[in-house]
Design a protein around this ligand. Sequence first.
Ligand code: BJ8
Length: 425
Amino acid sequence: MANENVQMWTELNIDLKSHDILLNALGPIFQEVYLSQKNRPAGMGFYDFVVGDIHGIRVKELREHAKTGGKVVATYCVFVPEEFVWAADAIPVGLCAGTQFSIPIAEEVLPRNTCALIKSSFGFKLGRICPYVQASHLIVGETTCDGKKKMFEILGQLQPVYVMEVPNKKTGRSRQLWHGEVLAFKDVIEKLTGNKITTEKLGQAIDLVNGRRLALQRLYNLRKVRPVPISGKDALLATQVSFYDDAKRDTQMLTALCDELDKRVAAGQGVAPKNAPRILISGSPMAIPNWKLHHIIESTGAVVVCEESCTETRFFSDLVKPTGETLDEQLNAIADRYMNIHCACFTPNDERPDDVVKLAKEYQVDGVIHYNLQFCHTYANEAVKMEKRLEKEGIPLLRIETDYSDEDAGQLRTRIEAFLEMIKH
Ligand code: BJ8
């Protein structure tokens, strides 16, 4: 198997030397962050297996799909409507952008004062260390923030890139623009694949993606229980894997995990004591393998019970209304659903603080940690409004700005411990 993988990576033009260093570093980190946890649900075995072979089996599936003429479409943002990709018999894959490893490579080209997520993803391509990027036929970017949209121009010199224009406001005119963008994206995917997107195929794709969203909603609802039956780290991993696994299999695995958690809840079995501080994280996305903040928080005895971010609640909380009977109605339902993502790239974006307050109550949290990646101006500025709003609601907030390196881990731990001390009942 290992040889088979090496052969596949060679065919994908991977820089094997750097790639080896990356995979060899990931094992011990996963051991420390994940496998050292006690009392994990057995259903997490699937996710451990996926990480254990992170650049193997799934990449092989993508390659086999490509050998029969199928296309692979890579994305970085939850604004890209994956329903069209599935409906055209292509496979969408959310790209990894969560490791420090690829950042020095990216900094050879990009300005250092760019957020870690952008640098990490760009470094994966520049350094030829991610087989998912190498296996994709098209990368779909978006105009959500300045750093990303300018990076996509440079990325486009290395691989085919298509950029969707995401509006900055939520006015009627912006919605019209977005509807046009969604329609144009459908055409791009049809052209790439040579397959016509029919009402029937799109209906099936809507059901497929909604099915996965419902399974993720079920997982998150289980985290509302006290004591919580799954750690924040494990829930985070399950959602991270959802970005690149097969949607049907992912739904099955999530369902099996939730069935197990139901039993834990019925037995009153939790991963942390009933009185462990419950934390909500809100802010920038945490792409795989970014587990830094969860690991620090949970190793202090607190438990992360919810994340308001694009790798979590913003990814699955809304469904596409499965009511459309014509292609036009389906397109409108898809455009409406995606326009409702409360990313900080919008102005104003008062819905996001509303969401955080609502989630804080539903998940019975003791405090909120606002997480923003260094050099991300949208989330950093929005934190000002968030702070005021949460203060009004009497919900304690700690603002954190960090990157993917471990340099500030000690300092973060000290600040988080002080915060937990302050919110203790
Ligand atoms: S919909 S949050 S996935 S853009 S952290 S790259 S905003 S400088 S990731 Fe995002 Fe889509 Fe919005 Fe979600 Fe820029 Fe900020 Fe970096 Fe960001």
